[in-house]
Design a protein around this ligand. Sequence first.
Ligand SMILES: NC(=O)c1ccc[n+]([C@@H]2O[C@H](COP(=O)([O-])OP(=O)(O)OC[C@H]3O[C@@H](n4cnc5c(N)ncnc54)[C@H](O)[C@@H]3O)[C@@H](O)[C@H]2O)c1
Length: 258
Amino acid sequence: MTLVNDIFSLKGRTAVVTGAASGLGREFAYALASAGADVALIDINADGLNETAQRIRGVGRLAFPYTADVSDEAQVAATFQDLLMTVGRLDILINNAGVADLSQRKIHEYSATDWRRMIDINLNSVFYCSREALKLMNSQKSGKIINIASIWGLVGGGFITAAAYTTTKGAVVNLTREMALEYAPHGIQINAICPGFHRTALGDFDDPDLAKLIISHTPASRIACAEELRGTIIYLASSASDFMCGSIIVVDGGFLAQ
Ligand SMILES: NC(=O)c1ccc[n+]([C@@H]2O[C@H](COP(=O)([O-])OP(=O)(O)OC[C@H]3O[C@@H](n4cnc5c(N)ncnc54)[C@H](O)[C@@H]3O)[C@@H](O)[C@H]2O)c1
């Protein structure tokens, strides 16, 4: 008989986490390792990557840090080629790397260069990394891809002005559905998480005015910690979610329920 805990185990699995040098990505990598996975880590921040790798080794798992820019198609292809030769198989990909834009510029004030940069980092990277992972997962006939979108992928910006960011996250939500439909028949489950406000380096969460504004819009009346997404990531990465394809899980303290 399978014990309930066993369905959440990631023993023997290999994962890749992008944006793993800080914030949510670091927590995702740590959670996967704590559940038994070895983890390849990708980020542009080499020092942060090494800190995450140390945490993973601290729980007895293997960590493989790769310094690379996920918005660069050639770097992604070279990184995956290298890491797949090293790790041999790939069970889990977390497309997490991303940037925000706190400038509050409206669309008529936005430069095309900044617009394209946001799309390259937050959206095109998901395509580049998923494509490399799916080449292997498709031949394995198994795998899990988890895209990190945002509450701002399901609604417009409201009290924030960040059209480029919300546009990329909305696209990640529908890319998740498209990928899920294409690969569900091949034993690969692809889902997304839409986090609400979690304290990381992404936003200026220590600004008292911003914190007050966020809290006033969040029924749970607080900003969450990055650790609070550990359970959701393990659920989506493990066999506990084997019948979930194209689902969008919201973890937002009630923000979107209003
Ligand atoms: N923190 C939140 O409240 C929140 C809410 C919703 C969604 N998200 C999403 O979660 C993801 C992680 O963000 P976070 O909050 O942990 O922020 P963070 O800034 O702490 O982490 C983002 C990581 O991505 C890396 N990164 C950025 N551009 C990269 C690139 N081109 N190539 C490789 N790595 C790159 C950064 O170096 C950093 O380590 C993002 O996609 C973000 O949009 C965060």
